[in-house]
Each structure stands twice: as C-alpha cells, then as structure tokens.
Design a protein around this ligand. Structure first.
Ligand code: F6P
Length: 566
C-alpha cells in the first residue's frame, strides 16, 4: 500500500496548507455569496453547514481526491460486508448490522449475524415487556422500579448519554441509575437511594473481567445478599450483557438473563446492541427501535450519497484537514441542547479511543498528527467558562455547534435566547472584532485617544475561527440515532484517511496491567523496590499516610464511643 504521504492528493494538500493558509473565511464569504449554499448538506430533518471552514473549491476537491486515493469507498463497503477490518484483533466491525433491517444473510465465522441480531432484539423486547408489565419481579415479588446499570467506557457512556438525552421519551416505568466509577462514592450514593426489593442491576461488560465493573458488581451483589440474606436473590435482581458466558455464570446470573454481545461489536460502538438494555427499559422498546432506525438512515446515507454530499465523509475530511495539515490539535463539541449534556464525553471515547494512535496499519510510525484532542460542554455553560479561550487565545479550535430547532418544553422565550447564542457564537468566532472597529466603539463611548490605545488591543477578537453547525429539527430517538451514527462514520473515515486501525484500543491496556500490580502492592502494603523512584515514593507516602489515618480513625472511634457512654 502506498504510504499516505506519497499520494498525489496528500502532497497537493501539503502545498495548499502552505499556500492557502492563512485562509480568510470572512473574505471568502464576501467574495462568494453562494458559499453557504455550496457548503452545506441537508437531509430530511437535519442540516450540516460547513461553510465557516478554511476551505475553498480547490481544497475541498483535493480532500475528496484524497478520500478516493485512500480507497475510502472500498473500505466502507468492506466494513458493511463484514470483512475482518479490525486486523489487530482479527475481527469484523459490524455495529451497523445491529440497526440494519436487511434480511440478506451476513455471515461472520459461520454464523448469520442477521439472525443473531433479530433473536437478541426479540429477547430484549420480551424482557422489557416482562419488567414493564410486572411479570419479572424481584425476589420478594415486588415490581421493579429502579434499574442500576454497572459498566464503564463503551458499556456505560452510550446508555447513560442516550437515557439522559431522551428523558422526554421515558415511559415512567423505571428510574435509571448508572455506576461507572470504581470510586465507592458513586455506588454508595446510588445504593442509598434505592430499594433492594425493587431494583434490577444490569452488569454490562463485554469481557466481564473489567476490574472496575466487577468491583462495583460485587459490591452491589453483596449489598443485595446482605439484605435478603440469601444468594438466591441474585438470579432475580441481576442480569448481564456480555460475551463471556462462563464468567457471567460464575457470578451467579441465570442463563436466560444473559444478553449477548459479539466480538464484531466494539465497546464504543455498542449502544445499538444489548448494551442498550437500560435504554430500552427506560424509554421503551419502541423508542429504542426508533433510535436504531435513525442510525440506519445514516448508514444508508453513508453508503449511497456521493462523497461530496456525504455528511460523515465531509466531517472527517474537515477534521483531517484541520489536524493533519493545519496543525489544530484540539476540537470542541458544543451542543446547545440540554439533552446532549453527555454527548461530548460520549464522543471523546468514540473518537479518541478509536483514532488516538500514532502508527500506520503497517505498524510504521506516522509522520503526521492524527486526531485532535476532543472536548466540549453544553454551549451556554461553556460560553461562561472557556469561550474566552476560543475567541481570544492564540489557539485555533475547530468547533462543532449542535442545536435543535424545536424544543421539548413550552416555556416562553427560552428557545430563542438559547438559539440566539448558538448562532451568535459561530458568527462571532468567524467575524471577530477588528482593532479598527474596537477603536471606533471606544471613541463613540467618549474615551480619550490614550485610553483607546491602552484598551483596544484587549478587546480585539481575531475572528477567522472555523466551525461546523449541525441543526436538528428536534432531538428525538430518531435524530439522536442519526447524530451518533454520523459521528461513528466520521470516525471510521478519519481512520481510513489517516491509515490507522480505528477498532482496537491497546493504549488502554497498559494502565490496566500496571494498576493490577499496584493494587497488589497496596493490598499487601509492600512497595516493590524495582520500580521508578517517583512511583515508589508516592506509594510509600500513600501507605504511610493511610496507616496514620486508620490509627487516627480508631482513636477517633474510641473517643466517640467514650463520649457516647459518658
Ligand atoms: O476503556 C477500555 C475498554 O476496553 C473500552 O473499549 C470498553 O468499552 C470498556 O473498556 C469496557 O469494557 P468491558 O465492556 O469489557 O467491561
């Protein structure tokens, strides 16, 4: 395979980055009144505007050529066909099959994936119905009112983000709680608010070995067994979503309460699988199906739209242009819809765990920056926090603004205030405020020449900051499915353009191995001498202080009991 940097289009992009940059977006708008018309794409119920980017027809055409030279369409077709594109783990990548209505057989390792998906969906639907109708009850025959989903990373972020985003669609059958952190504070707080007799725990772990998840699951199990004084309660109050059947059985979960995952579903792409059980229980199976339909509608768009009209392709090309050619090393996600509060966190895993890599598919060190660091926050809150940096720091942070035209509430004026800010911010980031304009404003206010000279530089906004805008008709299960699938395919395209493997995550493994070893040292209160002096020093300090605290605690305990008997 030709190295990416040898491609003619790549070399042209390098030249364009040197000659066309700095690009003046404001000038480009002045010169071309059709710029918005040219650089936006509409689907039935959403609009994607990318006109405020550092692109012109030549840059865009070269980016599209690059996509062709990288054989993006062929790579896309291989993914949908179930080829083993996750080469380092020897797996197919078929999260798209989870939301596909196609009945054409799709074989992976001798199994028809279509059949597996249909059967699992039917199982989810039956279970959700049984819980909602009160046919599946707790150990003391009480109806389930609360679900606690225990999982982390891809086994948590999707369900938590979706349940929060679609609260308006919740059926009011169960309350949904999520535990992802091994910090005992989180599970303690959840356990303090629920009733063991009416709670269902969902242990979501593809591997069923993730130490943080298993620590939380065991704590929940112990809490339940202590309450009922019987291990028998576990079968009624625990279900699992996993591909590791043996480990689930060992935990004590009944086989008909195990929902399957398969190797061809990556953790961070799994919110369409049984990992979505909390979603289906919370918003109902029909709404969950609509979410899948939204995802599938984008799959069809991704497969069928020409590259130049293909939203995820354009999104990927823009991020690729920004990060690998223009050197913008961070990008920000700014949803102006309260429902999307967890969306930036969700995308952080999806994109950075997929493409935060620095070797090619051939194992060679890549000579170009890959993906930018991704961060973000609900728009309005961000405005009063870090937008100062977006407007006036010397960094250029490409932004994705995401908003909805219709709200779910009917409060007067809120939506217009919110969306006025939404439109104003992308406008302001682009137009900025020139020195000349600042000086004129200050002169109008009656400031003296010397006052103007001193103050003006601080009020200048450079402008010319690029952004995309995604405008949804309304945040619904369907449009949320679309939004997530758009970014999933964007991430896939970035991986192809960058020539990296997007579907493994070896970088997360190192920490797990080291933590195991350190956990042992902490439990045994024995610091190994053959490790770096910083870690050794930190562990020794931690253990010494901890010992001191526990002595103090017992002294305090003695004092308290003395006081209470006094
Ligand atoms: O964070 C690393 C990771 O392996 C993710 O890819 C995955 O989503 C998460 O851990 C949880 O893994 P599991 O579902 O096996 O518990």
């Amino acid at each position: 395979m030709t190295a990416r940097t040898q491609l003619a289009s790549w070399q042209k992009l390098e030249q364009l980055a040197a000659s066309a940059i700095p690009f003046d977006v404001n000038k480009a708008f002045n010169q071309d009144p059709s710029r918005f018309d040219k650089y936006h794409i509409e689907l039935d119920n959403l609009l994607f505007d990318y006109s405020k980017n550092f692109i012109n027809d030549e840059v865009l055409a070269t980016l599209l050529n690059c996509a062709r030279e990288c054989r993006l369409e062929q790579a896309r077709d291989s993914m949908f066909a179930g080829s083993t594109i996750n080469k380092t783990e020897n797996r197919a990548v078929l999260h798209t099959a989870l939301r596909s209505k196609s009945t054409q057989p799709l074989m992976v390792e001798g199994h028809n994936v279509r059949l597996q998906v249909t059967q699992e969906l039917a199982k989810i639907e039956r279970f959700v119905e049984r819980v909602h109708l009160g046919h599946h009850t707790g150990y003391s025959n009480k109806v389930i009112t609360d679900i606690v989903s225990i999982g982390v990373g891809g086994s948590n972020l999707g369900p938590e983000m979706v349940c929060q985003a679609l609260t308006r669609y919740a059926l009011a059958k169960v309350n949904a709680h999520f535990v992802s952190n091994v910090d005992g504070e989180q599970i303690s707080q959840v356990l303090a608010t629920i009733n063991p007799e009416t709670t269902l725990f969902i242990v979501a772990s593809k591997t069923f070995t993730t130490s943080e998840t298993m620590t939380n699951a065991n704590t929940a199990k112990q809490w339940l067994v202590n309450y009922f004084k019987s291990e028998g309660a576990v079968a009624k109050h625990f279900v699992a979503v996993s591909s590791n059947l043996d480990k689930v059985a060992e935990f004590g979960i009944a086989s008909d309460h195990i929902f399957a995952m398969w190797d061809w579903v990556g953790g961070r792409f799994s919110m369409w699988s049984a990992i979505a059980l909390p979603i289906a229980l919370y918003i109902g199976f029909d709404h969950f199906k609509t979410l899948l339909e939204g995802g599938e509608s984008i799959d069809q768009h991704f497969i069928n739209a020409p590259l130049a009209q293909n939203i995820p392709v354009i999104m990927a090309l823009l991020s690729f242009w920004h990060a690998s050619f223009l050197g913008h090393q961070s990008q920000v996600i700014l949803p102006y819809d309260q429902a999307l509060a967890r969306f930036p966190a969700y995308l952080q895993q999806a994109e950075m765990e997929s493409n935060g890599k620095s070797v090619s598919t051939q194992g060679e060190s890549l000579p170009y920056p890959t993906v930018a660091a991704l961060w973000g926050e609900i728009g309005i809150n961000g405005q009063h926090a870090f937008y100062q940096y977006l407007h006036q720091s010397n960094a250029i942070v490409p932004a994705d603004f995401i908003g909805s035209i219709a709200s779910h509430h009917s409060l007067d004026n809120h939506q217009q205030v919110l969306m006025a800010n939404f439109f104003a911010q992308s406008q302001g980031l682009m137009t900025g405020v020139s020195q000349q304009a600042v000086e004129a404003q200050l002169a109008d206010k009656g400031l003296s020449a010397s006052q103007i000279q001193a103050l003006a530089p601080h009020k200048v906004h450079q402008g010319n900051k690029p952004s995309n805008t995604i405008l949804l008709d309304k945040l619904t299960p369907f449009s949320l499915g679309q939004l997530v699938a758009l970014y999933e395919h964007k991430i896939f395209c970035q991986g192809v353009l960058l020539d990296i493997h997007s579907f493994d995550q070896w970088g997360v493994e190192l920490g797990k191995v080291l933590a195991k070893n350190i956990e042992q040292q902490l439990n045994e209160q024995q610091v190994e001498s053959n490790q770096d002096s910083s870690t050794r020093g930190l562990l020794s300090y931690y253990l010494a202080k901890q010992a001191q605290f526990s002595t103090n605690d017992s002294q305090l305990g003695e004092l308290n009991s003395k006081n209470s008997t006094d």
